[in-house]
Design a protein around this ligand. Structure first.
Ligand code: NAP
Length: 284
């Protein structure tokens, strides 16, 4: 019998990809400010995840076996909601014996001592990383069975993600756009990541799990790869830069060690080049 999956943030970037691909589950998504959306065979419920009563009603209606909590990112007022929503969901899933998978970020680290394993001490240096680190602590205390998945930049190859859209727009506006060569991440194709997460949803993996892409790229390499993929010619206003020169406070090297996931999971993770080839092949 198919298990029931609830994806919070069903209209969000990752949440929507998960719901599109979760055919092995009976799937439900949550919406917050998005008035409505539709996907074949997926139900949606409006729920404010900061409201304990709304969560209680939602869980009573959906009776999920597993929840993948993608809602509450760094977008909009999202940062303020990260800790309370994580705490409420951790508590109510522990009470009801529901498997709980929480999405966290590589930005819980400061970027000075990569590569980072699940055991590496956290030391966030921005408000988003700080909120995610607090949420992780709270979840671990309230629901030790929960899986906390830390990932890196998610990109799409069909429709440009938010940052790639901005990058593409600057090729038309001429605005100076610097891509940092000293900011290193393990980006992962959102479709690939959704498949890996759906495998996590079928397993019992308590604690923290690192799930970045299989390669480390700097922002320049990622930006150039995505511009090329979308057939956009780089313009002279898009330049290499460094975090150092910019004066911004950002973690530099967030290379993740995802070898634990490699051992526990079967779903392969693809590099940007491999993902691009797969997308081109499936389109032709
Ligand atoms: N995108 C990345 O590159 C990346 C990298 C590392 C980690 N992550 C993590 O992965 C997760 C998914 O990221 P994403 O980029 O897919 O996020 P996203 O597109 O910004 O979606 C976040 C969703 O959260 C929902 N939400 C916000 N406040 C809520 C509330 N109070 N109650 C219920 N829902 C609420 C929003 O719903 P409505 O739209 O309906 O209002 C929105 O759809 C996040 O936890 C993020 O921190 C993302």
């Amino acid at each position: 019998m198919k298990k029931r999956l609830l994806v919070t943030g069903g209209a969000g970037f990752l949440g929507n990809h998960l719901l599109r691909r979760a055919t092995q589950f009976i799937s439900t998504g949550t919406l917050h400010h998005t008035p409505s959306t539709s996907l074949p065979d997926v139900k949606f419920h409006v729920c404010d995840l900061q409201n304990p009563e709304e969560i209680r009603i939602l869980l009573g209606r959906v009776r999920p076996d597993v929840i993948i909590h993608t809602a509450c990112s760094e977008q909009g007022k999202g940062i303020e909601t990260i800790v309370p929503a994580a705490g409420l969901l951790a508590m109510q899933t522990a009470e009801r014996g529901i498997r709980f998978i929480h999405l966290s970020t590589d930005q819980v680290f400061d970027g000075t001592s990569a590569p980072y394993t699940e055991e590496s001490p956290t030391n966030p240096i921005n408000p988003y990383g700080d909120a995610k680190a607090q949420a992780e602590e709270l979840i671990r205390s309230l629901n030790p069975q929960a899986t906390i998945v830390r990932t890196s930049l998610l990109y799409d190859l069909r429709t440009p993600d938010r940052q790639t859209t901005r990058l593409i727009e600057t090729t038309k506006t001429g605005e100076l756009y610097r891509l940092f060569v000293d900011e290193l991440r393990c980006p992962i194709w959102v479709k690939n990541f959704a498949d890996v997460l759906l495998e996590v949803a079928t397993k019992d993996i308590p604690g923290i799990l690192h799930l970045g892409g299989p390669e480390t790229l700097n922002r320049w390499e990622l930006g150039m790869g995505l511009l090329q993929h979308f057939g956009v010619t780089q313009t002279s206003n898009i330049q290499k830069g460094t975090i150092e020169e910019s004066g911004l406070v950002r973690p530099k090297n967030l290379t993740m060690d995802s070898s634990l996931a490699e051992r526990l999971l079967q779903t392969p993770r693809f590099s940007l080049e491999e993902a691009r080839k797969m997308t081109v092949t499936s389109e032709s």
